[in-house]
Design a binder for this molecule. Sequence first.
Ligand code: ZN
Length: 220
Amino acid sequence: MRVCKVCGAEVKRNFPTHAQGVRHRNAKRLTRWIADESISFAEMSRRLNVSRERVRQLAEQIPKAEKGRERQRKAALRRAQAAVTRPDRPGFPIVKELEARRIAWRPFRLGNTYQFSEKLLRLGSPPRLTCSLQRYCKKLEGYYNINKATNEVCDFYLFVGPAGVLIFPHEVRPRGQTTFLLNETRKAKGVPGARHDWKNYLNAWNLIEERLKQTRGKAS
Ligand SMILES: [Zn+2]
């Protein structure tokens, strides 16, 4: 007696006979559908004419099929990836640049849930840097503004805006609302305590690339 690799049932008679059984055939179809991530469990239940719970039970029995939880986690990850890369989100230009530089990214996973943040990314393969995604805007001629800086503790803080992407390591991140200049030839008049090093962080992708190199083999 052996266990069928497709449906997980014991093969009591010869295999061709077993393969014609309902359980084996359904398992085969389910395995195919589960691999095709566009088909929902609800749709599978309709096609097999059984309840959704039954589909879940059947999926649990199939040795090769992805289990419900894993499927759920992947679906949540895909939704978050789609949200991060929507053209109206700050993540859109960042992800394009990361992909051009072959830096692996994924949305940050929140705790032990199937939820992922759309405002935080994990970078590297394996993932080892956390980045926040935010915006800055143009204020007056030459001046830019960050409305609010995140409180999350990240390795890098990325701000997308009209002049490019500002990339700050944790130590030098802006805190709270702030106005700044990106043109070094102008003096930040009337902006007490304004920093003049902002342009050093404009499109400073090398900072992320260097940190990834330094932490290679040290997944956190
Ligand atoms: Zn079978």
